[in-house]
Design a protein. Structure first.
Ligand code: SAH
Length: 220
């Protein structure tokens, strides 16, 4: 890795954090993490100049890194405190994973595309983020290795329904943030006050556009 964290990168990150404040992000832990995590490492070097714009960008395998404002909003809705066990579905570039690690969470993250998994796992390790990365279908959560239940679950791809397996791996009292819908998604925050659906408190936070959550693994 030859790229550095230059004064320019630092300045652009400060500007990005200020932009996030203007957009209504108030959780200081989220803002601090965004000021620290070097988003340019999570992108192809050709995209270096765009790394601190509030844009989604291509990361290969027909996937995208989420807008910084989307990462900020999901992280804020998740209401994470240090030490919490967080399950993330859709590792992608690893940027959201790194933000959660910086916030002190113990992160377990699942990606279905082998190409991204193979790239992102070593990157996170090289940058010192101690997330546990898994290749698998996030609709199933992390069933084969039982690290759950989780305090928080974050889904970073558009799901057509609320995955039962994920809800069952969430602690009682836990929170899941998930964009729900096929073409366009509505951001939901679900607080699991009990096992029955009637006990779930569902709050809505507006429209977003995510790549779809797909079934199965893609080993290609
Ligand atoms: N948080 C990531 C978002 C990447 S886009 C980032 O900011 O970089 C969403 C990711 O979800 C893609 O990498 C896609 O391959 C992955 N994905 C889609 N369906 C999935 C599933 N069922 N299980 C796990 N990952 C999935």
């Amino acid at each position: 890795m030859t790229r550095q964290d230059t004064f320019k990168h630092k300045g652009l990150r400060e500007r990005l954090v200020a932009q996030m404040r203007k957009k209504g992000i108030t959780d200081e832990a989220v803002l601090r993490a965004m000021g620290e995590v070097q988003r340019h490492w999570f992108l192809d070097s050709a995209l270096d100049a765009l790394a601190y714009e509030d844009r989604a960008l291509k990361i290969g395998c027909e996937q995208t890194i989420s807008h910084p404002s989307t990462v900020a909003m999901q992280s804020q809705l998740l209401n994470v405190t240090p030490g919490m066990k967080v399950l993330e579905i859709g590792t992608g570039s690893g940027y959201q994973t790194a933000i959660l690690c910086r916030m002190g969470a113990k992160v377990f993250t699942v990606e279905r595309q082998k190409g991204l998994f193979d790239k992102t796992r070593p990157l996170l390790a090289a940058l010192g983020y101690r997330a546990r990365c898994f290749l698998g279908d996030g609709y199933q959560g992390l069933q084969e290795v039982n690290y759950g239940p989780y305090d928080r679950i974050i889904v970073t791809c558009g799901a057509r329904e609320i995955p039962d397996a994920l809800m069952s791996q969430l602690k009682t009292g836990g929170i899941m943030v998930i964009p729900l819908g096929e073409e366009e998604q509505e951001m939901l925050r679900i607080t699991k006050n009990g096992d029955r659906r009637e006990d779930w408190q569902i709050e809505k936070f507006g429209a977003y556009s995510f790549v779809p959550m797909l079934d199965g693994r893609n080993m290609g």
